[in-house]
Design a protein around this ligand. Structure first.
Ligand code: ADP
Ligand code: ASP
Ligand code: MG
Length: 599
């Protein structure tokens, strides 16, 4: 007999009628000869309603009491679902997270799962009962047995963690859309269904705004090789399979706090080109990368820093053998981009021949703020200055001086306890033949922080991101300016990054407390931003992809505030009001829309 875990989200169980419909579907799965564990969310928008109740009472409710409150939502659904199954003559029992033994860390409102005890579930399954489990909640491992929740959207994570712990043959996530689409169909109605997506791609999409799956659920599926499907609970269509390579076996203890970094990657054959002081107006990035693509130069990392005055810096890395071509194109285009022809200090090209890229690889680096901070600290302790930073959900990469590459690798292997040999970057290693873009996403819940005038020496990134990690602030899109400004004889740089909007003010305060140590000039917080991203393994590095992305944004007359890329995605920060237009423009430029039948 095959064991299946099915998870039904809020809209799928929003009314008693829907609960009855789902119960029928569950019973049909049992009738086909399967054992079924059902995980449910709170009904409809009832978690939001509970949050609003709390807000009526307190602007700053304690996280413990919030967990106590929000966990009630799921408890309502499990009882009703179990009753609905029993009404159909299907034996069933409902269990809360605590009753199952979904043991988590004690940190309220964002607890990670440590272990799931399976004996009670198996006992009921052996009695031919369907077990209905409350998603999103657990019980702390401390002696106080506190009720915890996993973070908004966390029922997906409960379901995949149960599937991994029970060795289920599949985990099916039922929701209100036909599966994973090329983007959010609520914003772009002609988004197309993807029959399949890799865990790495989905992890990236989920973390840049595609909230159809909780990123931590994808991470568990990837780490334990759980076959995962996202489908509609409203019809029988097959949905989207989220695929993963066969994972290296790992223990089910410390389930969600397992070793995050599973390898080091490097490429000591890179060079960097920076174009300084380009005008801050739409169309600049597309002209530069359009020309570079025409010359068939593959760009690797691209960053554009925050603007200072009315100019930006754009920097990118290429294979060293392509440096000459890349430099020539950039030199040729620089004068054209001058906002003020003849101004001597404008649009300058800066080249560094000897760059290495070193990266820590593994799922879930963004959700764990301490990991990037630890990488920066490790490099700082080895006295290595970081020139560029690129973060993604599956990797944090730093560009450094190529002569220091071996030293960096040795320190990182030591710090992250990596015994396997470091891997040379190779696009073919991803095992993905499909080099096309998969999906685009918009994140409107971000704020941008910029720290201006930090002294340019090793250890600054480590201090900043270490302090933020201590405050549990997850950071992404980290960008350092290319230009060094000499202030009182000390070279200084700017560093900018995005954080969840709700963390903006707290993060700024935490950094202000560091003033004495990092001696910056000013910290700016901007909440009026949005981030648009395109994801696809094997897509980036293809000549022309970046140009097409920037071209679509320029054609919509939208100014790009920040750019960051990784091997698997390109992200741009734009003004908040431009977010939806930018998303639609990119979706259409990459041909991701549904092909309409010709009438
Ligand atoms: P559930 O209550 O079932 O957990 P969610 O609201 O958490 O449902 O997730 C489903 C929603 O995710 C969809 O209604 C859709 O608006 C949104 N969404 C965002 N990006 C995507 C995407 N790429 N594909 C499908 N749905 C998406
Ligand atoms: N009910 C919780 C929420 O709304 C968990 C979930 O639905 O996944 O965030
Ligand atoms: Mg959800």
């Amino acid at each position: 007999m095959v064991l299946i875990v099915q998870k039904y989200g809020g809209t799928s169980v929003g009314t008693t009628e829907r609960i009855r419909a789902v119960a029928k579907r569950v019973q049909e799965t049992v009738d086909r000869g399967n054992r079924v564990v059902v995980v449910v969310s709170a009904m409809g928008k009832s978690t939001d309603a509970l949050v609003n109740l709390a807000r009526d009472i307190s602007q700053n409710p304690s996280r413990r009491e919030m967990d106590m409150l929000l966990s009630t939502g799921e408890q309502v659904t499990i009882a009703l679902m179990s009753m609905a199954l029993q009404e159909l003559g299907q034996p069933a029992i409902s269990l809360t997270g605590a009753q199952v033994g979904i043991v988590t860390e004690a940190s309220h409102s964002r607890a990670r799962i440590l272990q799931i005890k399976t004996d009670r579930i198996i006992k009921h399954l052996d009695r031919s009962e369907v077990v209905v489990v409350a998603g999103f909640q657990g019980i702390s491992s401390s002696s106080d047995l506190e009720i915890t929740t996993l973070g908004r959207g966390g029922s997906d994570t409960s379901a995949v963690a149960l599937a991994a712990s029970l060795g289920a043959s599949s985990c099916e996530i039922y929701t209100d859309v036909p599966g994973i689409l090329t983007t959010d169909p609520r914003i772009v109605p002609d988004a197309r269904l993807m029959p399949e997506i890799t865990c790495d791609e989905m992890l990236e999409l989920a973390s840049v705004g595609a909230k159809v799956l909780h990123p931590r659920a994808v991470e568990i599926a990837r780490n334990y090789g759980v076959p995962l499907v996202v489908r509609s609970s409203f019809d029988e269509s097959p949905g989207t399979r989220v695929t993963s390579a066969i994972p290296t076996p790992r223990s089910l203890l410390s389930l969600e706090i397992t070793k995050v970094v599973d390898g080091i990657k490097f490429d000591s054959n890179q060079a960097k080109v920076a174009l300084l002081r380009v005008p801050d107006r739409p169309g600049v990035a597309t002209r530069l990368f359009g020309e570079i693509a025409r010359q068939k130069v593959d760009v690797d990392l691209i960053i554009q820093s925050i603007h200072e005055g009315n100019t930006n810096d754009i920097a990118f890395t290429v294979e060293r053998s392509q440096l000459q071509a890349a430099e020539a194109v950039t030199e040729a285009i620089a004068p054209v981009l001058r906002s003020n022809p003849g101004a001597p200090d404008e649009a300058e090209v800066m080249v560094e021949r000897n760059i290495a890229k070193v990266a820590i690889a593994g799922a879930g680096t963004i959700g764990r703020p301490g990991i990037a901070a630890k990488m920066f600290k490790t490099l700082a302790d080895a006295n290595i200055n970081i020139q560029m930073i690129s973060t993604s959900e599956v990797q944090v990469s730093c560009a450094i001086d190529a002569d220091l590459c071996d030293k960096a690798i040795a320190s990182l292997c030591d710090a992250f306890e990596i015994d396997s040999s470091p891997v040379k970057y190779d696009a073919n290693l991803t095992g993905v033949n499909d080099t096309s873009a998969r999906g685009v996403a918009l994140d409107r819940d971000l704020a941008r922080l910029a720290i201006l005038g930090i002294s340019d020496r090793p250890g600054m990134a480590a201090k900043i991101f270490g302090a933020l990690a201590e405050h549990h602030v997850s950071v992404d899109t980290i960008i350092q300016s290319q230009r060094c400004r000499i202030v009182n004889g000390i070279p200084t740089r700017d560093i900018a990054f995005t954080v969840p909007r709700s963390d903006g003010v707290g993060a700024k305060k935490a950094l202000e407390n560091l003033a004495a140590e990092i001696g910056y000039r000013e910290i700016l917080l901007d909440s009026e931003i949005a981030k648009v991203s395109i994801v696809g393994a094997g897509m980036v590095g293809q000549p022309g992809v970046a140009a097409r992305f920037f071209g679509a944004i320029a054609a919509a007359q939208i100014n790009i505030q920040m750019i960051t890329t990784s091997e698997i995605k390109i992200s741009c920060v734009v003004a908040k009001e431009d977010g939806v237009t930018a998303l639609k423009a990119i979706h259409s430029a990459f041909g991701l829309a549904q092909i309409k039948a010709i009438a």
